[in-house]
Design a protein around this ligand. Sequence first.
Ligand SMILES: C[S@@+](CC[C@H](N)C(=O)[O-])C[C@H]1O[C@@H](n2cnc3c(N)ncnc32)[C@H](O)[C@@H]1O
Length: 242
Amino acid sequence: MTKTPTSKPRANPSGRSRGKTVYVKSARGRKSSSTRWLQRQLNDPYVAEAKRLGYRSRAAFKLIWLDDKYHLLKNAKRIVDLGSAPGGWTQIIVERAPKGAEIVAIDILEMDEVEGANFMQMDFMADDAEKKLFSMLSGKVDLVVSDMANSATGHKQTDHLKTMAMCETAFDFAKKTLAPGGAFVAKVLRGGTEQDLLADMKKHFKKVHHAKPDSSRARSTELYIVGLGFIPQKGDEIEQHK
Ligand SMILES: C[S@@+](CC[C@H](N)C(=O)[O-])C[C@H]1O[C@@H](n2cnc3c(N)ncnc32)[C@H](O)[C@@H]1O
């Protein structure tokens, strides 16, 4: 069983490391991109802070930031976490959602159990994924979060389009499962087509924001779209939740 940390993060908001910079020599057989990644990890205050607090990923701080800003979790009794591995967001959800909340996490990769959440390993983009997910839920949900991302190809537009496809599928799922007033959060990579999604979201939520948490690397094109106050429209319903 995993012990869920309860303390608040103290990550350095400047994003700079507190101590001396650690330099990594590129080893034979290691690509320079891997060396750069390793050096960034070793000097990243959020990585150190996540380790200190027992969070499984530095991504945990992104959800903390989003929750502090938009109060997503306080009253959320049913929550779906898409692209959950290794489980940093799931840990924050368990920590901040009301006691007894129903939490369902899914990822295409394996994930160690987070006490208080149900995990299912599956490909969210597979044809039967929605059906399987619906079967794990006992009713309409208050919050759908998606931190899903493919491994980067290095080609910005391809990465953008792949992430957008996942984001749109997540939004489709959210429209079918959210209770009135519910919220949706998803990661996108800037690249142009996110504007269409934002426009569509504006028809379904009272408020739509885009947000860049402090812990999201400045160089990264990543940002999060947040829909608050879900307004169900005709056609959004699915049979089992009618
Ligand atoms: C940035 S990581 C998520 C980190 C996580 N939120 C955390 O805090 O630990 C993105 C995740 O999306 C998952 N993913 C990518 N494509 C997926 C798919 N088609 N179905 C389910 N999960 C997927 C990846 O396996 C990866 O674990």
